[in-house]
Design a protein around this ligand. Structure first.
Ligand code: GTP
Ligand code: MG
Length: 197
């Protein structure tokens, strides 16, 4: 897919204030600092489009972008940041749960996982949750530039084994790096395939 135009639309905490759901929507989620906003900027080839930060918890709102006037891309706040209070965690859960349940044009959720780690309970629990909601999702293993391909492959294989304990069928799995641009063509081709099917 060629990205002709990607524009910020609106940020908010309320699904009722999100843009009219008249186009397919793709959301990016994962632990804080996993690289969601960086990946969005890499996919859209616009450095400052989604706000990034080296300290976790940068993205706090539901951020909508419109791509090629054809589909929405959504940058969601991350989960699992230890320093967040229980109150904020509950707020996050409520907001995200409501978004997943009510956003009728939600087409696919990309769950981002740091490729440097062995399976983490937080990520497995999140996949379990989203899978049980019946929302179509795919997994993207991020930051592959940070280690050898052998290490990445071993971690992904371990995730596959963990997921097979619960799920008969595994979701589509991608790898990405916002610095080397690995994964860009594959992820955009996947979105295009869904949009045109
Ligand atoms: P929150 O919004 O806080 O949940 O974080 P996020 O998931 O949006 O992460 P963000 O894109 O802000 O990136 C977090 C940090 O990781 C930043 O310092 C990025 O520069 C760095 N980073 C993100 N993706 C990559 C990558 O693919 N490779 C490398 N080397 N660094 C990355
Ligand atoms: Mg972010």
């Amino acid at each position: 897919m060629i990205i002709k135009e990607a524009k910020f639309v609106i940020s908010n905490t309320k699904v009722s204030l999100c843009p009219t759901p008249d186009k397919p929507e793709y959301a990016f989620i994962g632990r804080s600092n996993v690289g969601k906003s960086s990946l969005i900027n890499m996919l859209m080839e616009q450095k400052g489009l989604a706000k990034t930060s080296s300290s976790p918890g940068k993205t706090q709102l539901i951020n909508h972008f419109i791509v090629n006037d054809e589909w929405f891309l959504v940058d969601l706040p991350g989960y699992g940041y230890a320093k967040v209070s229980k109150g904020s965690r509950d707020e996050w859960r409520k907001m995200i749960n409501y978004y997943f349940l009510k956003r009728e044009n939600l087409t696919c959720v990309f769950v981002l996982i740091d490729s440097r780690h062995k399976p983490l309970k937080q990520d497995l629990d999140f996949i379990d949750y989203i899978g049980k909601l019946g929302i179509p999702f795919a997994i993207i293993f991020t930051k592959t530039d940070k280690q050898s391909a052998t290490k990445t492959d071993a971690n992904i294989a371990a995730y596959r084994r963990s997921l097979r304990e619960t799920w008969d069928e595994l979701p589509p799995i991608f790898q990405s790096s916002s610095t080397s641009r690995e994964g860009r063509d594959e992820i955009l081709a996947y979105i295009e395939e869904i949009n045109t099917s």
